[in-house]
Write a protein that binds this ligand. Structure first.
Ligand SMILES: O=C1O[C@H](COP(=O)(O)O)[C@@H](O)[C@H](O)[C@H]1O
Length: 217
């Protein structure tokens, strides 16, 4: 079951919704995973809104749903593309410059257990026109464990570190931000519950889009 929010200012609508999700978490830290791409900008705006409602940014423990294995200064880096002000209390990068992907997996697995207690509270996802979220692609392998190295991503760059679907499913609230005609088919499949999409069935799924969907959806 997906709750669909349609808005002609989707980024602002998504940020408002994400802020509400963050402020609803009672535990400390508030464990959030964020994507790269067009959805990344939702997160810093959501933090500003949450702070205006009294949220303490120091409670935020931030990680990424996926990262490309490139230097943080590269235009392809998900982490490099986003700035928080003020900074979250804690950030767990999925990849650091010069690291071998296999070492990144071991480091993140350990740190996710120690710092995040092995689960998320909220995840923010973007979705590609092909229906991928994080670096989980339609028809891709079933990934075991917390985090995985993808060496052959169909969308460049090929080398990526991704949280597995199992890890995304630990979040009790999931916000998918997907806009534009190019994503209509994927969005409609998600709302219809297409089991081949990695986001289908994730807990507390809310989709924020700018598209008006058909009456059956
Ligand atoms: O490669 C990626 O793509 C997805 C979707 O990106 P978008 O620009 O079409 O929104 C993104 O959510 C993911 O984190 C990223 O690594």
């Amino acid at each position: 079951m997906v709750e669909v929010v349609t808005d002609d200012r989707p980024l602002e609508a998504a940020a408002q919704r994400l802020a509400a999700m963050l402020t609803s978490v009672e535990g400390d830290p508030v464990r959030l995973a964020i994507p790269g791409g067009s959805a990344a900008a939702v997160a810093p705006r959501a933090l500003q809104i949450a702070i205006a409602y009294g949220f303490d940014a120091g409670r935020l423990a931030l990680t990424w749903v996926d990262e490309r294995c490139v230097p943080v200064a590269s235009a392809d880096s998900n982490r490099g593309a986003v700035r928080f002000d003020p900074a979250p209390g804690l950030e767990l990068p999925l990849f650091v410059d010069g690291e071998a992907p296999a070492d990144a997996v071991v480091r993140v697995e350990g740190a996710f257990e120690t710092l995040f207690g092995g689960s998320l509270d909220v995840s923010l996802l973007g979705m590609g026109p092909d229906g991928h979220v994080a670096s989980l692609f339609v028809g891709g392998p079933e990934l075991a464990g917390t985090v995985a190295h993808i060496a052959d991503s169909p969308k460049p760059p090929a080398d990526r570190i991704t949280l597995t679907r199992r890890t995304l499913a630990t979040a009790r609230q999931t916000l998918v931000f997907a806009t534009g005609e190019g994503k209509r088919e994927a969005i409609e499949r998600l709302v219809a519950g297409d089991p081949s999409l990695p986001a289908t069935g994730l807990p507390g799924l809310v989709l924020v889009t700018d598209l008006t969907l058909g009456p059956d959806l």
